[in-house]
Ligand binder design. Structure first.
Ligand code: NAD
Ligand code: G6P
Ligand code: MN
Length: 442
């Protein structure tokens, strides 16, 4: 792909993350040059609000880039090199139910974890498979970088149903945490760190973090995390309440295994009672996002469109998007950069099922990811990973076989659901709520 300008499609163009991705792409044109940028969404009205503002932004800052927003899959997926996928099947209305239904039963209600994550998984599988099929039909050589959640379940489904597809499932949580680690030790960002990490998506641990000279940073990081979690204190004005609490709670997650540093998402599995006790059943993370990020993004887009200029636009490049650019450049220019992705285990974690979709560092190049061996998981991690991976596999089994029992098993096995009766009750409520999205189960 050398000496080439690239064509990129953002699938889920109406996403709240789209303007940040566009800003990031525009700031990295020297590293990752573009000839074309397209948006695709199945909600044309929502996408238009973002696209009209982005069209102005692109036209002002890089008029040579062809820009198009469409709801037509053929127009969208034809002639593209990279698809950045970030769809939310059922949108925030369904995310809200994923959070509130389990909470009504006294169980953690969360976007990607527990019953909410399972519900979202069943909605996302056909949506993301649909995108893969469009890509393979209209641009068979393209790569898809998929952020659409729940990435663990989506990854298991794409491994099983589209094993040869060029899809890389990714997550920005370890990225965000590593940017925090860098700040804690006085470095500028995650790319200053050399790390070892293993687990499942939203379910992993760092076993080693060093600077580029080889200096072990774990002792300093552990000392900090034991006290503050990943919370950076005064350096983070304006951070939302729920994220502050998540970053702080990492201190208690760390306490369970002081030999590693944890992903923040483990709090839902290891401290579910605490999470439920501190939740408001009527105002969950979705309400916070709708009043915060979604409102800010759409208001700013409307302002740009009204003023017919993006010269003073407030959108900023994000670590979320710079990670996608890092991946694209690694594939495009065969850089062999060490980046995390969710891929078939195949020995990367030596004592975990080779078919599990695990999150480990890989060297990325023109042929995609080359996994790095992380050795065996310790007993505590092996137990947790094995159980959670079986939950994720059972969800995909349930989708494939349209099986109520498999889904009930998935919910009952899930660590944060107390017993099979509660699992049954939550499942029955979720079936009603998801009637427009899930296959009919029997
Ligand atoms: P959003 O609701 O603002 O945007 C999602 C867009 O997807 C909407 O415009 C919607 O109309 C569109 N959409 C839904 N189903 C579609 C389909 N089948 N085809 C085409 N378009 C479809 O959501 P958001 O908060 O911006 O998040 C977007 C996605 O990115 C979510 O899945 C979220 O979980 C995910 N995400 C993942 C990570 C990660 O670490 N993997 C990080 C951030 C966000
Ligand atoms: C992190 C995770 C994503 C998740 C997001 C939720 O970035 O890695 O997988 O979607 O948090 O953020 P939100 O602000 O929508 O609650
Ligand atoms: Mn994630």
């Amino acid at each position: 792909m050398d000496n080439q300008k690239f064509s990129v499609l953002i699938a889920g163009g109406g996403s709240t993350y789209t303007p940040g991705i566009v800003m990031t792409l525009l700031e990295h044109l020297d590293k990752f040059p573009l000839r074309q940028l397209k948006f695709y969404d199945n909600d044309g009205e929502r996408q238009k609000k973002i696209a009209d503002a982005c069209a102005i932004l692109v036209h002002e800052r890089a008029p040579e880039i062809r820009f198009l927003a469409t709801t037509d899959p053929e127009k969208a997926f034809t002639d593209v090199d990279f698809v950045m996928a970030q769809i939310r099947v059922g949108k925030y209305a369904m995310r809200s139910l994923d959070e509130k239904i389990p909470l009504k039963h006294g169980v953690v209600g969360q976007e990607t974890t527990g019953p909410g994550g399972i519900a979202y998984g069943l909605r996302s599988i056909p949506g993301v498979i649909g995108l893969v099929d469009y890509m393979e039909k209209y641009s068979p050589n393209a790569w898809m970088l998929n952020y659409s959640n729940p990435a663990a379940i989506v990854a298991e489904a794409t491994r099983r149903f589209r094993p040869k597809s060029q899809i890389i499932n990714i997550c920005d949580m370890p990225i965000a945490i590593m940017d925090r680690m860098a700040k804690i030790v006085g470095l500028s960002g995650r790319n200053d760190l050399v790390f070892r990490y293993y687990g499942l998506n939203h379910f992993g641990w760092w076993t080693d973090v060093r600077d580029k000279s080889g200096k072990d940073l774990m002792p300093q990081l552990k000392q900090y995390v034991a006290k503050n979690g990943y919370w950076l204190g005064d350096k983070e004005p304006g951070k939302e309440k729920s994220w502050i609490s998540t970053y702080k709670k990492a201190a208690d997650v760390y306490a369970l295994d002081p030999t590693t540093l944890p992903n923040t998402y483990l709090k839902y599995y290891l401290y579910p009672n605490y999470v439920v006790e501190h939740a408001d059943r009527n105002y969950t993370r979705t309400d916070e996002v709708e009043a915060g990020r979604e409102k800010t993004v759409f208001t700013e887009c409307a302002r740009v469109v009204k003023n017919k200029t993006a010269s003073d636009v407030l959108f900023q490049a994000s670590n979320h998007a710079t990670y996608i650019v890092d991946l694209c450049t690694a594939i495009a220019y065969d850089t062999k950069q060490r980046l995390l992705a969710i891929i078939p285990n195949e020995g990367a974690i030596s004592n975990i099922d080779p078919e599990a979709m695990v999150e480990v560092p890989c060297l990325f190049g023109a042929n995609g990811p080359e996994r790095l061996a992380m050795g065996p998981a310790a007993t505590f991690q092996k137990g947790l990973i094995t159980e959670q991976n079986c939950v994720e596999k059972l969800v995909v089994d349930a989708f494939e076989e349209k099986s109520y029992t498999k889904l009930w098993e998935a919910m009952s096995l899930c660590k944060i659901v107390p017993d099979a009766t509660v699992a049954h009750e939550i499942l029955d409520d979720l079936i009603v709520a998801n009637k427009d999205f899930w296959p009919e189960l029997s």
